[in-house]
Design a protein around this ligand. Structure first.
Ligand SMILES: [Zn+2]
Length: 115
C-alpha cells in the first residue's frame, strides 16, 4: 500500500490518493497530532514508555512546509515550527488517513473554520 499522490488542497487539508483507489482527505492538524516521532509519541526504552513532556501549542506547528520521500517506504514531514523528526511510513500514514478521514462536508467546514 502506498500513495499515488499527496496534494495539499489548501492550507489545512491534505489529499492522498492510494494505489488501491482509495482517496482520503485529512487535516494537517491531525497529521501533526499523530506525528510518529519519539518526541511526540514517547520513546520506548527497555519496555517503558517515556514522554518528554506535555504537548503544547506552538505557532506554525500545524503548518506543513514540505513532505520529503524517505526511501520508498514513507515521507518525512517538515513543519513550520521547525519540527522535522516525524517519518510517516505508508502503513502509518494509511492508518492515520483512515482514522481521520474527512468527508466533503467536513472538509468544507474545517477549511472555513481554519483558513
Ligand atoms: Zn514529532
Amino acid at each position: 500500500m502506498f500513495p499515488k499522490s499527496l496534494n495539499r488542497i489548501n492550507e489545512v487539508l491534505l489529499k492522498i490518493e492510494w494505489n488501491d483507489g482509495l482517496i482520503t482527505v485529512v487535516a494537517l492538524e491531525s497529521l501533526r497530532e499523530e506525528c510518529p516521532c519519539a518526541v511526540c509519541k514517547g520513546e520506548n526504552i527497555m519496555g517503558k514508555l517515556y514522554f518528554p513532556g506535555m504537548k503544547s501549542f506552538v505557532p506554525g506547528m500545524n503548518e506543513l512546509v514540505s513532505l520529503t520521500p524517505v526511501g520508498n517506504y514513507g515521507v518525512q514531514a517538515l513543519w513550520k515550527d521547525g519540527h522535522s523528526t516525524g517519518i510517516y511510513s505508508w502503513e502509518g500514514l494509511r492508518t492515520i488517513a483512515e482514522l481521520h478521514a474527512l468527508d466533503e462536508e467536513n472538509q468544507k467546514r474545517y477549511s472555513e473554520l481554519k483558513t
